[in-house]
Design a protein around this ligand. Structure first.
Ligand code: SAH
Length: 340
C-alpha cells in the first residue's frame, strides 16, 4: 500500500535524524509518489550542512583512449568510430590554468583507462598543479590503477579519487564489464579510502536488467563504504555501443536515489550529474533542489569536450570556460543559492 504524505514525511525525517535506513524503508522511498516530501527533506539536509553554497567543479577530460570494453560507454575500446585524443602535459596544465582563472577551486582530471599516462607521467603533472595552485582541490578519475600509483599520487598532492562502482549487482556488473568484477572495484575503493583519499563512487540508474531492489543495494553500498562523494546518474544509450537500443534511465528515479543518499549522509558531496541534466524527458525537478550540492563542468578546450563522448550530449555548445562559469553562477543565484 502506498504511504501518505504524512507517513513519508515522518519516514524521511527519521532517516535524516538517525542516519540509517532498512532496505524496506529505502525501497518505500524509491517507490513513493510523494517526491515533493522526500526532496524537501533532502534539500533541508543539504542546506543544514552546506547552506546556500553550491560547489562548482571543473573537469578536464584529458584522454579518450580506453583499454576497457565497458558495454555502456562511448569510449569503450571496441568503438572504432570514435576519433580519440590525448592532451599533452602542457595542454592539461593550460586547461587547469583557464579553470583556475575562471574561478574554479576544485578540478577533476579524468580519462579513459589509458596506460599511455604512466604513474610517473601523472605524478609529474600532479606535482606541477599542486605547486602552482596549492589551494586547488585536485581529484583524479583515471580508472583502476595500482596501489603504488595511488600512493604516489596521494604523496604528490592529489586530494580525491573518483571511481564509480556503476552497479552494486555483481551479475549486471559482470555483464557490463566482462574484463572485471565488482569485488575488485570495491577493493579499489577501500584501498583509496585507506590511503587517505576523499573517495567517490556512484552508479547508473536504468542499466539493462537492473531492478529497483538493485538501487537499494547501490545506496547501501555508498553508506557502508562511508564515501565522501557519489555521482548518481542515469544510463544514456550511446549509438556505437552494444547497449544502443536500451532505453535511457529514469531521471526521477535517479533523483530519488540521490535524495535518499543525502538523508543518510549529510556530509557527502553529491553532484548534479550531467546525465540527469542531459535527459530530455523530465525537467520538473532539479537535482540541486533534492540534495545535490555540486555541479561539474567540462573545462578542456571545446574540441576535446566534444570528442570525449561517453554518451551523446545535445546540449554541448561551443562556449568558453569563463562564459560557462558566469552562466552557471547566474543560474545558481536565480534559484537563491551561491556558487563557490
Ligand atoms: N575511466 C574512468 C572514468 C570513467 S567515465 C573510470 O573507469 O573510472 C566516467 C563515468 O561516466 C563512468 O564511471 C560512468 O558512470 C559514466 N558513464 C559512462 N557511460 C555512460 C552512459 N552511457 N550513460 C551514463 N553514464 C555513463
Amino acid at each position: 500500500m502506498s504511504k501518505s504524505t504524512r507517513e513519508i514525511a515522518i519516514l524521511t525525517s527519521e532517516i535524516a535524524t538517525q542516519k540509517k535506513a532498512s532496505s524496506d524503508e529505502i525501497l518505500t522511498l524509491l517507490k513513493t509518489k510523494e517526491v515533493e516530501t522526500l526532496f524537501a527533506t533532502a534539500n533541508a539536509q543539504r542546506q543544514k550542512k552546506f547552506g546556500k553554497t553550491i560547489i562548482l567543479r571543473g573537469i578536464v577530460e584529458f584522454s579518450s583512449f580506453c583499454s576497457c570494453p565497458c558495454s555502456y560507454c562511448g569510449l569503450n575500446s571496441l568503438n572504432s568510430d570514435l576519433q580519440r585524443f590525448r592532451m599533452t602535459e602542457s595542454e592539461i596544465l593550460n586547461a587547469i590554468k583557464v579553470a583556475y582563472q575562471a574561478g574554479y577551486r576544485a578540478v577533476v582530471l579524468q580519462s579513459g583507462e589509458d596506460p599511455f599516462y604512466t604513474g610517473d607521467t601523472l605524478s609529474a603533472i600532479i606535482k606541477v598543479i599542486k605547486k602552482q595552485y596549492p589551494d586547488l582541490i585536485l581529484t583524479l578519475s583515471v580508472g583502476e590503477r595500482s596501489t603504488e600509483e595511488y600512493k604516489q599520487w596521494k604523496k604528490d598532492g592529489a586530494n580525491r579519487y573518483l571511481l564509480k562502482h556503476e552497479t552494486a549487482n555483481p551479475i549486471i556488473y559482470k555483464n557490463l564489464h566482462p574484463h572485471a568484477n565488482l569485488k575488485q572495484r570495491i577493493q579499489h575503493l577501500e584501498t583509496l579510502k585507506s590511503l587517505g583519499y576523499e573517495t567517490g563512487s556512484g552508479f547508473m540508474v536504468g542499466l539493462p536488467g537492473q531492478q529497483i531492489e538493485d538501487l537499494v543495494e547501490d545506496i547501501l553500498l555508498i553508506k557502508a563504504l562511508n564515501l565522501d562523494m557519489a555521482g548518481i546518474g542515469i544510463f544514456i544509450p550511446h549509438p556505437k555501443t552494444p547497449l544502443k537500443n536500451v532505453p535511457e534511465g529514469n531521471p526521477l528515479e535517479a533523483m530519488k536515489a540521490l535524495s535518499i543518499v543525502r538523508l543518510l549522509m549529510e556530509n557527502i558531496h553529491l553532484p548534479s550529474t550531467t546525465s540527469i541534466e542531459t535527459s530530455q524527458s523530465t525537467h520538473f525537478y532539479e537535482p540541486l533542489s533534492c540534495g545535490a550540492n555540486v555541479i561539474m563542468k567540462k573545462v578542456e578546450p571545446y574540441i576535446y569536450r566534444k570528442l570525449y563522448e561517453i554518451y551523446p550530449n545535445p546540449n554541448l555548445k561551443e562556449t568558453s570556460v569563463e562564459e560557462d562559469r558566469i552562466t552557471l553562477e547566474h543560474y545558481i543565484k536565480s534559484i537563491g543559492l551561491n556558487a563557490f
